[in-house]
Design a protein around this ligand. Structure first.
Ligand code: FES
Length: 115
């Protein structure tokens, strides 16, 4: 996957709130892919009942982080093992490669993303 393709699939900041699903749709310790109308994708994670969202594609070679394994608040890319903090976007494998994070709001049983 080329850099340009990854860039177009990273969500643009639109300054709006998007309803993505009901609380409980993503079990604790798991991730889910959120496909936005623009075609961009966000990885949504449930860390012990708290939801966090990051751009979906690993900055290394573009593997989807939503399909990777979560260890507490750390997602480890399934392809080559790069590790990221889903709360801050920090990359532990290569400090210069953080991922974007998105604010998640839970209201009246629904999960919203601020894009
Ligand atoms: S694609 Fe994620 S670590 Fe290589």
């Amino acid at each position: 996957m080329g850099k340009a393709m990854r860039a177009t699939r990273r969500p643009a900041r639109e300054g709006r709130r998007v309803k993505v699903g009901q609380v409980g749709a993503v079990p604790p310790g798991r991730g889910a892919t959120v496909q936005l109308k623009s075609g961009a994708e966000v990885a949504l994670f449930n860390v012990d009942g708290e939801y966090y969202a990051v751009e979906n594609f690993c900055p290394h070679k573009g593997f989807p982080l939503a399909d990777s394994r979560l260890y507490g608040n750390i997602v480890e890319c399934d392809l080559h093992g790069w590790r990221f903090d889903v709360r801050s976007g920090e990359c532990f494998t290569k400090k210069s490669c953080p991922i974007e994070t998105f604010t998640v709001v839970v209201e009246d049983g629904w999960i919203y993303l601020e894009i």
